[in-house]
Every structure is written in structure tokens, then in C-alpha cells.
Design a protein around this ligand. Structure first.
Ligand SMILES: [Cu+2]
Length: 655
């Protein structure tokens, strides 16, 4: 077993923390003077609310939100709140009691109300063990329905937590008891699947410890949960986007940038560039729909000024479990001065890759190991892709010691490749080597055991997650070539404002704004699974889906159809399909298929990485394999919350 120490504000293998927490809290009390003015005003807000008599647990939330402690006797708090001074509490075991309720918070200096779990934003970290059957009771104390979805979990569909698909939702004053076997391990998360509750705080981290020894060795670990908070009502945000899709885009190019571009690019090139974007009815600075104009970016529920802090001892191997629990924000993450070894994504181990930076799209997870060489502090810096703000935290050997916060990188601009016009001018790909194509599928499918093939090999999750001792169930072989996808004809119209003329392979690109920045940036092509896949059959069928939208109208969909007008995608239980995604839009879309793994075809053959969320770049074409091994109705959608609500959602039925 790896030696694992309890870390402040993070999570710990053994839940024995009550006494320790008190003294750490006192240490924290002394570091007031490092906190900015904005934050102190936030703290006054918290105290005011406390004096008006909110419950102790809610006070803790207010404190967490403002990042400032007045005085607090932790030992007398209820068990749930027995936690260090920053970040959500940890609950571990196989039985969890969660309460969803509105809770006053203050992330920005102004009081607001969040949708919290057990009084916390993010909700408690749930720690469970592979092989256990867990029971999670969720009581709804909101005035409206709620739900919790276990993101990336391979569980029976009626436990998946999507109202209208898996179950009816959880009505007010009702309690729903989830119960399912845990058949995987790694870093995951949970969130509401009811309207905009995820935006208002209903999310939290999950750690599943492997049943066998974890091959990833580390001495200490922390969950780093990134999220985006707005004091605005998300219904208002949505309606702003519907009325004016660039409502939160304050970075439109101006006369000033025109002249500076003329100086750099020449008059002719600049005019033709502007004309091109004008014809596209687009703005090259439309990177993310919702920006730092309204968002405050959080790490473990702490705004940048509160500076969520984690301790280490020099030379310790620290495992950071990054989770992007944002509604709309893609982050670029780095720790200046500290290389990161990426060891896992979406709960699945990969061959270690050493990087300086990685992009984490909404709903993805990345586990990295860092090893601080000495007793200096380091900044965990997560800038939003559009560079309108950042989340920040500190890794430090002692409280009060911080590291500089780097300036944000220049704002990326969209290119011809992002417009789906391919690499005609070579402006985006540069000299980057082309990706090698996916290795040929094995010529004989006998590798998966055609002898004694049993139709009844399927059911509730027959294909286990790849692991050190991967087992491959005996299932019918698939012979011959896969049935090609139905041709998709898309015409520009109210629901589709662009069709990519030349979608390109972009897996080896780090992403918009990350080219040639002098840092080693992770790409999807770098993700090589640590263990061979569990279903080695070639696909029997291909399904092609275009990610489409009309940016002006803020309509999003698959194949030019909104969810409300689209037919479900039907998969036969036991079949293996290749899903091909073509992104016709100029934005990135993190596409999440519930209940089944998405095995990204990134050139690594049988070591293709298993993911639950696949980020598709603008103008990109990529594919992944899916084993339809778990029956039921599954949600399939873009994980940008407002894109999903605007129609980028399909039902997948496995039967
Ligand atoms: Cu999207």
C-alpha cells in the first residue's frame, strides 16, 4: 500500500482528523493579514449572517466561502463539519447521507445563495472502495426537485440520476436512496442533473480506492476541484446568452487591435481576416460563452484571494486529483516550477506523462503526481481558456508561505482550423507532426474468446474497467467490417450556422492558446492506457454525429437537431460501435456518454484510453469505441451546462 498522509483541506486515507483540524485552524487564524481587502469585506458578510442566527453548519459554509475564520470550535461541530479550515469535508465508507439544501454563501464579497450538499459547496468528498456496494441517501430540502448523477460511474441505469431518463427525480421533502455495486476505481465526481443546480453549487468529488493495491505510489493526496461561480441567477445567464450570445464576451476586437494587427500582419491580410470573420457572423474571440465577466473561479470552493492551501513536506510525492466541476469553463492548469506527472484521466490509469501544463475540459478529471524538491511554495494556477480569470491555490511546506501568481497568457484567437476550414494555410498546425492513425484492429477477433461465447455475457456491467489484472469476458466475436455510418447531410439554417468543410485530426494539438508557449502541454495523443482494453473486438457499426449549433441564436445540437426534436440513438445490447464526432462549431464541446466507457481512438491501439468525457476541438474530427454492455436509457450530451440546456443532448437506449 502506498503510504498516505492526511493533508489539510484535502482528503486522507483514514478519517481520523478531528483533533488535528483544530490546531490547523488556529494556525490559519494567524494568517489574516495575507488576505486581501475584498476578502475581508466578504468575511464581514459572513459574520453578519452569522449574527442573524444561521445554523452552525451554514456558518461553516459562509466561512469557507469567504475564506476567513472568526472563531470556531471545531470539536463541537456535527460530524459532517469536522473538517479542516478549507475545502469540503470527507465522508468515507459504504453508506452516505446527503442533504441537498439552499445555503447562504459569499464568494465575491456579496451574499448569495447556493445549492449545497450537507451545507457545503463543493459538497463533501465521498470516498468509497471498489467492490463494495454503496448506499447513498439523498434528502431534498430544496423547494424544487433535485437529482444527483454519479459522473463516470458504470452502474445500472436506474441509479444514474438523470430525471426523466433514469428516474423521476427527487421531489421536495423526499429522500431517494441510491444503491449500487462499485465496479471501478479512480477519481470521479457527482453533480445535479436538474436544470442549473450544478451552476449554483451542487457538485462534489469522489475517490474510489482500488480493490487491489494502487499501482500509483504517493505519500499524500488532495482533491483539487475547479468550478465557476456566478452571483447571477443562472436562468438570467441563460436568457442573456439566448438574447445575445456574446453577452459575456468583453474581448471583441476594436479599432485599436485592427491597427496593431495591420502593423503585424499587413493591411491586406488584416482586412481579409476581418471580412472573413464578418461573413462568418462570428467573433474570433468567442472562446467560452460565459466568462470572468460574471464568473469567479474556485478551487475547492475558494476564490483566488482566499488561496486554498495544501501542505507538503519536501520530496513527498503528492497526488493531486483534479476535477473540473465547472458549468462552462475549460481550464489550463500549471504549477510554475513544478513538473506534473499525469497518471490518470477520468478514473483510468495511463502511462505516466511528464508535463508542465494540461487543459482540463468541463467534467474531465486528471490525476497528477508532483514532487516538490525543497521547502518552497508553489502556485496551482488554472486560467480559464479565454483568459478572463483564473482559479488559484497554493502548495506549501508551511502556512503563510506563498508563491507568485503568474500573469495570464495572451487571449487565444480562433483560426481557420477552428472554423473547420482545415489546415489550408498551415497556420495552426505549424510543423507539429501529424498523428499516426489508429492501429488496425486485430485481424482475428479470437482474442476475446469466441469459444463458449454466451449471449448472456451481458447485463449489468460485464466489461470491467481495465486494471492490473484485466479480465476479458467471453462474448460473441464480431467478424467483418463495421457497418459504415449513415451519411449526414447538413445544410446551414436556423439550427446550423456552419458546417466544417475540412474537419481535421487534432488529437496531437494541445489546444487553442497553448501552441508554442514554451511549456510541455499534455495532448490527447499522449494518453496511453496503462492496461489493455477489456473488449478487444473491432466495432460492428459506426455512428457519425456532427456537433452543430447556431452561435448567434445560442442553439446547440447533434446533427442540426435540438434534443426536443431528435430521436434517441439506439444501440443493441452487446454491440460494439465506433462513434465519430465532427465538430462543425467553433467552440470546444466536452461530450459525455453516461453509463458506458468512451475509448478514445488516439493511435494507441489496444491501449486506447478509457474516458467518460471527450473534449472535441473546433473543426475537429475524432472517434471512440463504445461497448454497449449495460442496458437502459443513458444521457449523452455536451457537458457545457448551457449547451446541454440549449439542445446538445441525446438519449442513448441500449436494449
Ligand atoms: Cu457544447
Amino acid at each position: 500500500m502506498p503510504r498516505t498522509k492526511f493533508g489539510v483541506g484535502g482528503c486522507e486515507h483514514k478519517p481520523a482528523l478531528t483533533l488535528v483540524a483544530q490546531s490547523r485552524l488556529e494556525v490559519r487564524l494567524t494568517s489574516f493579514d495575507t488576505i486581501s481587502d475584498g476578502l475581508l469585506s466578504a468575511s464581514r458578510g459572513s459574520r453578519d449572517r452569522v449574527s442573524r442566527g444561521i445554523t452552525r453548519r451554514r456558518f461553516v459554509q459562509g466561512v469557507l466561502a469567504g475564506g476567513v475564520i472568526a472563531s470556531l470550535d471545531l470539536s463541537r461541530l456535527p460530524a459532517l463539519a469536522q473538517k479542516t479550515a478549507s475545502g469540503p469535508p470527507l465522508l468515507s465508507g459504504n453508506s452516505f447521507d446527503l442533504v441537498v439544501e439552499q445555503t447562504p454563501v459569499n464568494f465575491t464579497g456579496r451574499p448569495s445563495v447556493a445549492t449545497a450538499v450537507n451545507g457545503f459547496v463543493p459538497g463533501p468528498i465521498l470516498r468509497m472502495r471498489e467492490g463494495d456496494t454503496v448506499t447513498i441517501s439523498v434528502a431534498n430540502h430544496l423547494p424544487v426537485d433535485t437529482s444527483i448523477h454519479w459522473h463516470g460511474f458504470r452502474i445500472p441505469s436506474d441509479m444514474d440520476g438523470v430525471p426523466g431518463l433514469s428516474f423521476a427525480g427527487i421531489a421536495r421533502n423526499e429522500t431517494f436512496v441510491y444503491r449500487f455495486p462499485v465496479k471501478q476505481h479512480g477519481t470521479y465526481w457527482y453533480h445535479s442533473h436538474s436544470r442549473f443546480q450544478e451552476q449554483t453549487g451542487l457538485y462534489g468529488g469522489i475517490i474510489i480506492d482500488p480493490q487491489v493495491e494502487d499501482p500509483i505510489e504517493y505519500d499524500r493526496e488532495y482533491v483539487i476541484l475547479l468550478s465557476d461561480w456566478t452571483d447571477e441567477d443562472p436562468e438570467a445567464v441563460f436568457s442573456n446568452l439566448k438574447q445575445q450570445s456574446d453577452y459575456y464576451n468583453y474581448h471583441q476586437r476594436t479599432v485599436g487591435t485592427f491597427f496593431s494587427d495591420v502593423r503585424k500582419e499587413g493591411l491586406r491580410a488584416t482586412i481579409s481576416d476581418r471580412l472573413m470573420w464578418g461573413r462568418m457572423n462570428m467573433n474570433p474571440t468567442d472562446i467560452l460563452d460565459v466568462s470572468g465577466a460574471t464568473y469567479t473561479y474556485l478551487i475547492n470552493g475558494q476564490p483566488p484571494a482566499a488561496n486554498w492551501t495544501a501542505l507538503f513536506q519536501p520530496r513527498e510525492r503528492v497526488r493531486l486529483r483534479f476535477i473540473n466541476g465547472s458549468s462552462m469553463t475549460i481550464f489550463d492548469v500549471r504549477i510554475p516550477g513544478l513538473p506534473m506527472t499525469v497518471v490518470q484521466t477520468d478514473g483510468n490509469d495511463i502511462e505516466p506523462v511528464i508535463v508542465d501544463e494540461f487543459r482540463i475540459s468541463v467534467a474531465e478529471t486528471y490525476d497528477v503526481i508532483v514532487q516538490p524538491p525543497d521547502a518552497s511554495a508553489f502556485t496551482i494556477f488554472a486560467q480559464s481558456e479565454d483568459r478572463t480569470g483564473y482559479a488559484r491555490a497554493t502548495l506549501t511546506p508551511r502556512r503563510g508561505l506563498t508563491a507568485p501568481v503568474p500573469p495570464m497568457d495572451p487571449r487565444p484567437l480562433l483560426t481557420m482550423v477552428d472554423m473547420g476550414l482545415g489546415n489550408m494555410s498551415g497556420m495552426a498546425m505549424g510543423d507539429r507532426p501529424r498523428m499516426k492513425m489508429e492501429a488496425k484492429p486485430p485481424s482475428t477477433p479470437s482474442a476475446v474468446g469466441t469459444v463458449n461465447a454466451r449471449r448472456d455475457g451481458y447485463g449489468e456491467v460485464p466489461f470491467p474497467q481495465p486494471s492490473p489484472n484485466t479480465t476479458r469476458p467471453s462474448v460473441p466475436a464480431i467478424a467483418g467490417k463495421p457497418t459504415p455510418p449513415k451519411p449526414i447531410t447538413l445544410r446551414e439554417g436556423p439550427q446550423v450556422d456552419n458546417v466544417a468543410m475540412r474537419p481535421t485530426e487534432r488529437l496531437a494539438e494541445p489546444g487553442n492558446g497553448l501552441d508554442d508557449n514554451g511549456r510541455r502541454v499534455l495532448t490527447y495523443a499522449d494518453l496511453r492506457a496503462r492496461y489493455r482494453g477489456t473488449d478487444l473486438r473491432p466495432p460492428n457499426r459506426e455512428i457519425e454525429l456532427h456537433l452543430t449549433g447556431n452561435m448567434e441564436r445560442f442553439i446547440w445540437g447533434f446533427n442540426g437537431e435540438k434534443f426536443s426534436s431528435a430521436e434517441p440513438i439506439r444501440l443493441k445490447l452487446g454491440e460494439r460501435v465506433r462513434i465519430i464526432l465532427v465538430n462543425d462549431t467553433m467552440m470546444e464541446h466536452p461530450i459525455h456518454l453516461h453509463g458506458l466507457w468512451s475509448e478514445l481512438e488516439n493511435g494507441n491501439g489496444e491501449w486506447r484510453p478509457y474516458k467518460h468525457t471527450i473534449n472535441v476541438k473546433p473543426g475537429e474530427r475524432l472517434s471512440y469505441l463504445v461497448s454497449a454492455d449495460t442496458p437502459g436509457k443513458w444521457a449523452y450530451h455536451c457537458h457545457l451546462l448551457y449547451h446541454m440546456e440549449a439542445g446538445m443532448f441525446r438519449t442513448v437506449i441500449v436494449s
